[in-house]
Write a new protein. Sequence first.
Length: 102
Amino acid sequence: MPQIPISADSACLLPPIVYRPLRLAAALAALVVIAALLAFLPLLWAALLSLAAAGAIAILRWPWTVWLLPAAALPVASSLRLGPVTATEVLLGLAALVWLLS
């Protein structure tokens, strides 16, 4: 059996002849799952799921976008009480946590 050299900078320990089809199959499976969810979910749930995914990608790509939610929710969240704190304080705390973790 011939040895297939694996470079040190490869992202996977599998040889490219095995890794590329697996990666392609995983991407196609993910697209099929996303298409099925969008096709069979009610419109409201599909829209919420799409917005949540887009928001998560935006937060991972550009961490400063985490501050957009508290900024948009500030007028409403200031009047909502969650025990001894307001919803604004909770949102700011979560935003700071995500900011520090990224």
